[in-house]
Design a protein. Structure first.
Length: 205
């Protein structure tokens, strides 16, 4: 079937919406839409409502910027966490990857991206100001730079170091058990866990 001609405008519109998602081509989008048409109408309605509810009701934790159902996420509200240690990550996928190692007991700070001039992302586009506020206000003993070991990740690490090294906070980064160029979310749990436990002072990396 040619994907330039559809027998239904509704079908074409749905395919276009699915194809707008990252990693979803038009053929895959078409298969997903056909799959939905074969399902019970109630299941499809539940599927659609869950997406709308996600977009309308999701929160970003006002402490760490993590995605949450409430104003403060379950990690930040957990009294058993070490509040003197903050792990800086790019996104929620990295929070989940580190949590799966069960090695880190501190809190997180989600930047919402990394510095990437090619993609038009600069420091002003990231959640850095409130991270600096945490370092300046005291009570933080260590900040861990847990960003992907790519050029963009290293650039962001260096920028954060320049912003934060004037405060009385120990700055560290993951041990290089994480291979150069690897995205954190794809690193296996054992390697990532060891990198957390064997982290190094940033200035010695």
């Amino acid at each position: 079937m040619s994907f330039t001609e559809f027998s239904s405008k509704l079908l074409e519109s749905a395919v276009n919406e699915f194809a707008s998602l990252p990693g979803i081509g038009r053929k895959t989008a078409f298969r997903l839409v056909i799959n939905l048409l074969r399902r019970d109408p109630g299941d499809v309605r539940k599927f659609g409502e869950s997406i709308i509810k996600l977009r309308d009701e999701i929160h970003y934790c006002r402490v760490c910027n993590n995605i949450s159902d409430t104003e403060i996420c379950s990690i930040c509200s957990d009294d058993r966490r070490d509040r003197s240690v903050i792990c800086v990550v790019e996104n929620i996928q990295d929070v989940m990857a580190i949590e799966n190692t069960r090695q880190f007991k501190g809190l997180y700070h989600v930047l919402g991206g990394i510095i990437s001039p090619i993609d038009g992302i600069g420091p002003a586009d990231l959640k850095i100001d409130n991270l600096e506020e945490k370092a300046r206000d005291g009570g933080i003993k260590e900040i861990i730079f847990a960003l992907s070991t790519t050029m963009e990740g290293d650039t962001t690490n260096f920028y954060l170091y320049k912003r934060l090294n004037k405060y009385d906070v120990f700055l560290s980064t993951l041990a290089r058990g994480v291979a150069i160029g690897d995205a954190l979310e794809y690193t296996d749990e054992i390697t990532l866990g060891r990198a957390i436990n064997n982290r190094n002072p940033y200035q010695q990396c």
